[in-house]
Ligand binder design. Structure first.
Ligand SMILES: Nc1ncnc2c1ncn2[C@@H]1O[C@H](COP(=O)(O)OP(=O)(O)O)[C@@H](O)[C@H]1O
Ligand SMILES: [Mg+2]
Length: 246
């Protein structure tokens, strides 16, 4: 590890990831209709994310953090506005092309892990690689490698139901990472974990960002995790603004 000359130097380095924007969101609008009620969640939201950047999305429940993450991850389409990812305006793609694009470049981790409980750690982690059409042996190797990284080499054959909450969340992370996505989107990844397990997942996210150069967007209520990201934003009147989170 390089020595840190001064706190200021380290902060500057963290705040200046390299290269061109990986992702740009412009003028995004999203409205939901609940019966007769209309809720405008995003009203011209803009965001630029550079490669290797780590971004925390913070703020109270119901302001639209998950909605934002779903649109960034192309899981949901905006009513208006554009998202450009790796130079591709993603919402011009049809659903099938969009799914392929997403599978190739984006990983997701949710608060509730959505793992297949009756399948093993290894099988769950291999799943995205198999869906992509990777040969079984290559998928197994990729899964084993990432499971080693998250400290689960000794749980490969265990069914998900037999794992602890922290272990399950690490399997979810491994599954999200098995295809080495350039962008990882995590929606309250430690929302259901105790402090010790949360710390472990946080440390892992940080390492993955540093080692693989993975760009990271995390929705979190955890002050420490938000503080460790290079930038913090929140939603105000449907727009993304810098969060005062000191
Ligand atoms: N599919 C949907 N249909 C209707 N309303 C929705 C839908 N998804 C989210 N909402 C509403 O939009 C608001 C923002 O939700 P969400 O993005 O999940 O907020 P957060 O993640 O910040 O808690 C909430 O009031 C929620 O009820
Ligand atoms: Mg949410």
């Amino acid at each position: 590890m390089e020595p840190l000359e001064a706190a200021g130097t380290a902060a500057t380095r963290e705040d200046a990831p390299t290269g061109t924007p990986l992702l740009a969101m412009q003028g995004v609008h999203k409205v939901f209709h609940n019966g007769a009620a209309t809720i405008e969640i995003l009203k011209g939201a803009d965001l630029e994310l550079r490669r290797g950047e780590t971004l925390a999305v913070v703020g109270p429940s119901g302001i639209g953090k998950s909605t934002l993450l779903h649109i960034l991850g192309t899981l949901d389409r905006p009513d208006k506005g554009t998202v450009t990812f790796k130079g591709q305006e993603v919402f011009t793609l049809d659903d099938a092309a969009l799914a392929r694009f997403r599978n190739a470049f984006i990983g997701f981790v949710f608060q509730f892990h959505h793992l297949l409980p009756e399948f093993s750690t290894l099988e769950n982690t291999m799943m995205p690689a198999l869906i992509k059409g990777m040969p079984r042996e290559a998928a197994r190797q990729a899964a084993e490698e990432i499971l080693r990284r998250v400290g689960l080499s000794n749980r490969l054959g265990h069914k998900i139901v037999t794992l602890s909450g922290g272990e399950q969340q690490r399997v979810a992370l491994a599954r999200a990472l098995v295809l080495k996505p350039e962008l990882l989107l995590a929606d309250e990844p430690t929302g259901n974990l105790d402090e010790a397990n949360s710390r472990q997942v946080h440390a892992l996210l940080k390492t993955l960002n540093q080692d693989l150069g993975m760009t990271l967007v995390v929705v979190t209520h955890n002050m420490r995790l938000a503080g460790e990201m290079s930038r913090r934003v929140t939603l105000s009147e449907g727009k993304l603004v810098d969060a005062d989170y000191s």
